[in-house]
Design a protein around this ligand. Structure first.
Ligand code: MF3
Ligand code: CO
Ligand code: CO
Length: 285
């Protein structure tokens, strides 16, 4: 009996990841930090993550269609609960380290982890809705910005540039050719070019059978070696971009919601990505 591959594909090692491991070894010898096997998903795992993504994407589409001025952030959470449960999924956020709701709703100067509640959406608000959905033990994670009514030109520009930052990060994903830190460098460059700052305390992350896995995906140029990007990795990129200072603090109302220190606006977009043999695929769209 020939040895089965470590990836769980049930294929024999020499037709599955043997060549791949040789390549990893080569890069490691040449000074690269290489990903661990745990960061490499097999086809079945990728299919499972994609199933979760279908529900998560559908949920964000549903919210996009229905979000309105006058609604509370709790109303958005209610929509999420109804949509997700009727589509065979569940929220990864609910009860995660004690998190009390099923999605995050971060308005204006809220950077992330806004907790749905009695806040009433008003004309001119910008809001990030971040959802992570599980289906049969696998997860997909994405967030979008929504602009309500008459939004200022400055806010529109922040939302647009933040989306571009995510796209720039994605463009830096080159299998066997770039490292995780290159994503951060690309994001930071685009943000600074546009006069904005990048929040450093939160990162993108590997995702699969848990919402948060390795690697740690920087949104700025890190001062350390980061993993070489290789096929089979699944991770999020989710830059939080601030209009003013990059510095942030926890609010007083709860142990979750993060605000900009200067009260200026913050925006975020997030996708879950699969690294393929020759590029990158957005799973969450
Ligand atoms: N969706 C968030 C992320 O992008 C995590 C949610 S934190 C929780 O990683 F507390 F709300 F669960
Ligand atoms: Co998220
Ligand atoms: Co995430």
């Amino acid at each position: 009996m020939k040895k089965k591959c470590w990836c769980g594909s049930q294929l024999v090692y020499d037709v599955c990841h043997e060549e791949f491991d040789k390549k990893l070894k080569y890069y490691k010898k040449h000074g690269y930090k290489v990903p661990t096997h745990k960061m490499i998903k097999n086809q079945k795992q990728v299919e499972a993550i994609k199933k979760a993504a279908v529900v998560n994407n559908g949920l964000l589409d549903y919210i996009e269609k229905n979000i309105k001025i006058g609604m509370t952030t709790q109303d958005i959470d209610d929509m999420a609960v109804a949509y997700t449960s009727s589509h065979g999924g569940y929220s990864a956020d609910l009860n995660y380290q004690g998190y009390p709701k099923s999605i995050c709703t971060s308005v204006n100067d809220e950077v992330c982890h806004g907790i749905p509640g009695n806040y009433v959406l008003k004309d001119g608000d910008i809001i990030n809705v971040d959802a992570t959905t599980g289906v049969n033990g696998y997860y997909a994670d994405a967030s979008r910005m929504f602009m309500l009514g008459h939004v200022s030109e400055e806010a529109k520009r922040l939302v647009k540039v933040t989306k571009e930052c995510l796209e720039e990060g994605m463009k830096a994903v080159k299998p066997w050719k770039s490292c995780i830190g290159d994503i951060g460098a690309a994001i930071e460059k685009h943000a600074h070019l546009n006069g904005y700052s990048v929040v450093q305390e939160f990162c993108g992350h590997g995702i699969g059978s848990s919402m948060h896995e390795d690697p740690y995906v920087f949104h700025f140029k890190p001062n350390e070696k980061t993993e070489l990007i290789v096929p089979g990795m699944v991770f999020t990129i989710e830059p939080m971009i601030n209009q003013g200072t990059r510095h942030i603090h926890l609010g007083y109302d709860n142990d979750w919601t993060v605000y900009t220190d200067d009260g200026k606006l913050s925006a975020q977009w997030e996708h879950t990505f699969l690294v393929t043999e020759d590029g990158v695929e957005i799973i969450s769209q």
